[in-house]
Design a protein around this ligand. Structure first.
Ligand SMILES: Nc1ncnc2c1ncn2[C@@H]1O[C@H](COP(=O)(O)OP(=O)(O)OP(=O)(O)O)[C@@H](O)[C@H]1O
Length: 326
């Protein structure tokens, strides 16, 4: 169940047109096409979508960095296009390209930004949590992508924001930096901050997100908690598993209808819909009837990546059908 408290961000039927676009003979292009979502305090809300799905544009409209074409936006209860500096001070933003001055050094930069706030987050604490000391003597221009991201995150947190926007937070990060940043995001969420992030990485969403919106062509095509989205793939049951095994190519098995056999690469099989030990017995009986002992076998639950690919394919089919009907 999602929190009953008012959302920290509400988007209602958001539309954003950009252009005029030369490739469209000077017409406008609809990048966000009626998108609705909410994000709550103490939760990580993830916008998941392929490159170009409209995630960054959506969040830039939400932050008041781009003007919407239509729809309603409430950020901490205010319209970001009409709000003054008091709203900005309650919102932290970490942009994909960092947005940091290239000639600055990390510590003076953080101290300078901290002075803009009445009660800033102590710089030393952020430096320690994000291990910034190890690159403190390097100017922004020479930092690696992951180091820039860590510095940008520290800068976004200095004002102790109530809402934090993160655009692709793990882009360019090595596994250690990613762990560091993810642990901090989890601590921030547990302390009650509302965190909204975009990503096209399923692992990031699976690890961090309390609620996921899957975005395609500027629209929400699926939403839910990660377990809810995974259950969707298993025909509504959280318990269904897939049994994969290797055997000679071109096999056919006499399985009950509820168990479906597919062959991916030749000789690599998957049986979807395995829900009980009785299903395993049916599979073993089918193998026995075919005098087959698999070379290897494994049981797994569907991954968010499989769900995402499935939803993306459904969405593409729908777009084609709708296009065909026009
Ligand atoms: N001002 C603009 N003029 C023309 N096209 C634009 C403009 N702004 C965005 N787009 C296009 O709109 C689409 C959505 O862009 P957006 O950056 O919001 O996607 P995204 O989901 O954040 O992608 P990524 O994961 O690559 O960051 C893209 O195809 C982009 O090229």
């Amino acid at each position: 169940m999602r929190s009953a408290a008012p959302p920290v961000l509400l988007l209602d039927s958001l539309v954003k047109d950009v252009g005029p676009v030369t490739a469209l003979d000077g017409r406008m292009m609809r990048v966000v096409a009626g998108l609705s979502m909410t994000a709550h305090a103490g939760e990580v809300t993830a916008l998941l979508g392929v490159n170009g799905a409209g995630k960054t544009t959506t969040l830039e409209c939400a932050q008041g960095l781009q003007r919407r074409t239509e729809g309603r936006i409430e950020l901490l209860g205010e319209d970001p296009d009409l709000a003054g500096p008091s709203l900005r001070a309650r919102v932290g933003v970490m942009l994909q390209d960092g947005g940091l001055p290239p000639s600055a050094h990390p510590l003076p930069l953080l101290r300078h930004i901290a002075r803009m706030y009445q009660d800033p987050w102590p710089v030393d604490d952020l430096v320690q949590r994000l291990q910034i000391a190890e690159f403190a003597r390097t100017n922004v221009r020479r930092l690696s992508g992951g180091q820039k991201q860590r510095l940008a995150l520290a800068a976004a947190l200095l004002g102790r924001p109530e809402v934090l926007f993160l655009d692709e937070p793990s882009a360019g990060m090595d596994p250690q930096s990613r762990q560091l940043v993810f642990r901090l995001i989890e601590d921030l969420r547990d302390s009650g901050m509302g965190i909204i992030l975009t990503t096209h990485l399923m692992d990031d969403a699976e690890r961090l997100a309390d609620y996921v919106y899957i975005i395609d062509a500027g629209r929400v095509v699926a939403e839910g908690t990660v377990p809810q989205l995974l259950a969707r793939q298993s025909a509504g049951s959280d318990d269904a598993r897939t049994l994969t095994f290797e055997a000679a190519p071109g096999l056919s098995l006499g399985l009950p209808e509820r168990l479906s056999l597919s062959e991916g690469r030749p000789g690599f099989y998957a049986i979807d819909g395995v829900r009980s030990p009785a299903d395993l017995r049916s599979i073993a009986e089918a193998w026995e009837a075919a005098q087959l002992l698999p070379h290897s076998l494994a049981m797994s639950t569907p991954t968010l990546e499989e769900v995402f690919l499935d939803i993306a394919a459904e969405s593409a089919d729908r777009t084609l059908t709708e296009g065909g009907r026009k």
